[in-house]
Design a protein around this ligand. Structure first.
Ligand code: PLP
Length: 386
């Protein structure tokens, strides 16, 4: 299995000025493997911007360590995208191979992005941008304050991001427009980075799983479960399942509002990703209507980022599985949703694969607090909710 070698939470082995100006990512082993999609559809390799970030394939392991809590000791596995890069894992890495490929091909000097104070997308952006010599400006919006959010904000600053406090959604949009248009050479990544180009990374992830099943390294799952926000990951996995011709159901545990995360939006993303691939290589089959997915709505609680009791326990259980504590926004709720599904008769005999989308590698954050602008110092002063 691929071994985790990235720095852990609070790691200060590299001096702060080195972290800020060069990023620790420059000191870790680069990725070398290419997407399988490029092997199967060589035209895509010629057409798509791409840089290597992911260490593939990621392992598949049983979840038996938390079997008693899940109520099932067998038939539940985990795809370890949490370990996909020693720089930072999770579900942004496969997508950023294409997004950063495009930014670099355009000659971008700086990435501008938007996310919540606990955004893994902002973290991934800062770390991979710095590794490629790009600056980052991130506009951060409010979400319930957790320890994970605190460490994230300190980590963004320590990794060299310029932070702008966005506040509520309306002022965040205004500040994001300002942040993007301040100078030339800025490349904008939308919250969630769920556009068709990025999604190609997760269509490829399903081809990877298909190969693992073919080689007998994993069993074909009946159900794939993952936390779902902007829905790009789930839409791409569903399209990938259709490509493999499997009957596997992709279930997104909804962690954000129904206004942005709903069946209509997911279907649109499936279609847009399929059309995009077919435009780049017409031999990619038209499968948009064959993609099967559903959303699980009962784990979200009060809303995006709000802790639920089940999500708090879920975050602890993730630590039992991976060695790194989960958080309440995505991983805790995904585990809570998975447990609830396993308890229903409909899923009693089904084989599950939990797609782990949260990085187990945690970048350093100690000392970052002092680099955070005044407008965001409240993150270190107010009490946390989880
Ligand atoms: C850890 C984690 N899991 C899942 C998701 C949801 O992915 P998507 O926005 O593609 O639905 C995110 C999104 O940022 C995330 O950070």
């Amino acid at each position: 299995m691929f071994k985790h070698r990235g720095p852990r939470s609070g790691d200060r082995r590299l001096p702060r000025f080195v972290l800020r100006h060069f990023g620790y990512a420059r000191f870790v082993q680069p990725a070398r493997t290419k997407p399988l999609l490029f092997e199967v559809f060589p035209k895509l390799e010629a057409e798509l911007p791409w840089i290597p970030l992911a260490h593939r394939p990621t392992a598949i392991e049983p979840c038996s360590a938390i079997g008693s809590w899940l109520g099932r000791r067998e038939g539940v596995f985990m795809k370890r995208d949490d370990l996909i890069s020693p720089i930072y894992g999770g579900n942004k890495v496969r997508r950023f191979e294409l997004v950063f490929g495009k930014a670099l091909a355009r000659g971008a000097k700086r990435i501008v992005t938007v996310g919540g104070i606990a955004s893994t997308q902002v973290m991934a952006t800062v770390l991979f941008a710095k590794a490629h010599g790009l600056d980052v400006r991130a506009v951060l919006f409010d979400q319930p304050l957790t320890r994970f959010a605190r460490e994230s904000v300190a980590g963004y600053a320590l990794a060299g991001a310029e932070l702008v406090y966005g506040g509520g959604y309306a002022s965040t949009i205004a500040k994001a427009v300002w942040a993007q248009n301040r100078e030339r050479g800025n490349y904008f990544i939308f919250p969630g980075a769920s556009g068709p180009l990025a999604n190609v990374g997760y269509v490829d992830a399903m081809l990877e799983l298909g190969r693992q099943v073919e080689r007998g390294e994993a069993e074909k799952p009946d159900v794939i479960v993952l936390p779902t926000g902007s829905s790009g990951t789930m839409a791409a996995l569903a399209l990938g399942v259709a490509y493999l011709g499997w009957s596997t159901e992709v279930v997104g545990i909804r962690i954000t509002s129904k206004v942005v995360c709903n069946t209509y939006m997911v279907r649109r993303l499936v279609r847009a990703t399929s059309e995009f691939l077919r435009k780049k290589d017409p031999s990619f089959p038209d499968l948009a209507d064959k993609a099967k997915f559903s959303l699980f709505h009962d784990a979200i609680g009060e809303g995006y980022g709000y802790p639920t009791l089940e999500a708090i326990v879920g975050a602890e259980k993730l630590e039992e599985l991976t060695g790194a504590r989960g958080e309440v926004t995505y991983s805790g709720k995904a585990l809570a949703g998975l447990r609830a599904m396993l308890a229903t008769p409909r899923y009693a005999k089904k084989k599950f694969l939990l797609w782990n989308t949260l990085s187990t590698t945690r970048p350093p954050h100690a000392g970052g607090e002092e680099l955070v602008p005044k407008s965001l110092q409240w993150v270190f002063e107010k009490p946390v909710v989880a």
